[in-house]
Design a protein. Sequence first.
Length: 116
Amino acid sequence: MTAPAATFADEQLRAIIERIERLEAEKKTIGDDIADVYAEAKGNGFDVKALRQIVRERKQDSNERAEQESILDVYRRALGMLADTPLGRAATEAATRAPPTRIRGYRPGGNNRMAG
């Protein structure tokens, strides 16, 4: 490289590095600000772990979030983690209940109009 080209490349490299350093400093400041907001929320009685989860979920696309919830539900069910919830107890009860008895005079797919 010629001297002017080397000087230009050096200056360009220096400018890029300085921009990165400024952005890193801004990122740290923003991170500190976010931490302050979480501390404020905690001081007001909010559960910070739950807030972080909500923020993560809101970043996701609704389809992605629904798919993730579906997978988690399958895993929870497989591990028996839903059995201790009201919904889990109702599902377990419904699954173990006897099938409904046949209604007298009802024919599936048939004409079931009441005589009148």
